[in-house]
Design a protein around this ligand. Structure first.
Ligand SMILES: [Mn+2]
Length: 343
């Protein structure tokens, strides 16, 4: 815990002037979770739990923030009276954080945050408006490759499909173990998708070989990468409160190795990351603490990439005050819109 603990800041770390090296953005978004509720409270619970995370990271060899300026932005206001408006507002909110001067780490919220995030990421200087340059690395129990769920094409169960529709060039999935026959066929035939199934990487008999091949694939990536971590990709025993916990998932250390492998890829640059589907567990802080540990690992690994000369700002510091950009992409896509449920 930080010596001068600041309530509401990730890891309780005090802020440094007007600078931002890593921006922690909170998207308390929940609209389509199939069962299990509470992802809207996930980001705040994760920040509260981060108070108990050790600041020392052995790979970085230093205490966080290791000289960097971390900024925990106020929560996204969740404005929008319909699904399409919420997706547009979320994308517009994220866009100024993709200026290329800092590293955005997004806390969700359900996995439906991914398409608006990918739409915003096209404005990163390394993507330069060409979404095909972007690779998404996805840790998840679910393939999220459905065309729709309960008639909703922007459901969290379709997050990867909609990101492919937006035009991402490559999708690498890790930890996948809950998917439909149609999703299995899609993975088989779509050249953009590489999936490392949990039944292989977690297999007691041949798991090590499958895991080595997964890490090699991550280290061979090139270009800009977004890392999306659905916490249900980890074994259900360490994230029991997430919307849909599933047994047979990644251990914490496999998730940590995934983060380290993708950040160490010599020809790739991780431009942003998110940790999503966080739900506050009532009887124990385990779920939100696991999420906070993963988010901390992302920050430490990003700072290590800077230290090793593998990350440079592509733009001058824009500071903490950023104005959301208007976005109407999702309103144009979504013909029959569902009004936001009032809890
Ligand atoms: Mn997911």
């Amino acid at each position: 815990m930080s010596e001068e603990y600041v309530q509401g800041n990730f890891l309780g770390l005090p802020e440094k002037g007007g600078e931002v090296d890593v921006a922690i953005l909170q998207l308390p978004y929940e609209l389509t979770t199939s069962y299990g509720q509470g992802t809207a409270g996930g980001p705040a619970a994760c920040i509260t739990a981060s108070a108990q995370v050790e600041l020392f990271d052995a790979s970085l060899g230093e205490d966080l923030p290791a000289g960097a300026a971390l900024f925990t932005a106020p929560e996204w206001d969740a404005e929008g009276n319909s699904l399409a408006e919420q997706l547009d507002n979320m994308s517009g909110y994220l866009r100024p954080w993709y200026a290329g001067d800092c590293f955005p780490l997004i806390l969700g919220g359900e996995h439906g945050i991914l398409p608006p995030l990918v739409y915003a990421a096209q404005h990163h200087p390394m993507v330069g408006g060409d979404i095909e340059r972007l690779t998404v690395v996805q840790i998840d129990a679910h393939a999220d490759l459905r065309e729709q769920l309960d008639g909703e094409p922007y459901s969290h169960a379709c997050a990867a499909s909609r990101s492919l529709d937006l035009g991402i060039g490559k999708l690498v999935q890790i930890g996948i173990r809950a998917y439909s026959k149609q999703e299995a066929e899609f993975i088989e035939k779509d050249q953009r998708v590489t999936t490392f199934f949990a039944r292989d990487t977690q297999s007691p008999s041949h798991g090590e070989a499958a895991w080595t091949s997964c890490l090699e694939t991550l280290r061979s990536l090139s270009g800009p990468v977004h890392l999306t971590i659905d916490i249900d990709g980890l074994d259900g025993s360490i994230v029991p409160a997430t919307g849909t916990p599933v047994p047979g998932g990644l251990s914490f250390w496999r998730a940590a190795e995934t983060i380290e492998a993708v950040f160490s890829a010599p020809n790739a640059t991780v431009i942003s990351a998110d940790v999503n589907e966080i739900v506050a567990q009532e009887d124990s802080p385990l779920t939100q603490f696991t999420a906070a540990m993963l988010a901390t690992k992302v920050i430490a690994t990003q700072l290590k990439a800077r230290k090793d000369g593998r990350w440079k700002a592509a733009a001058a510091q824009a500071g903490k005050q950023r104005v959301a950009e208007p976005c109407d992409y999702f309103r144009k896509q979504i013909k029959t819109d569902i009004p936001k449920e009032t809890a």
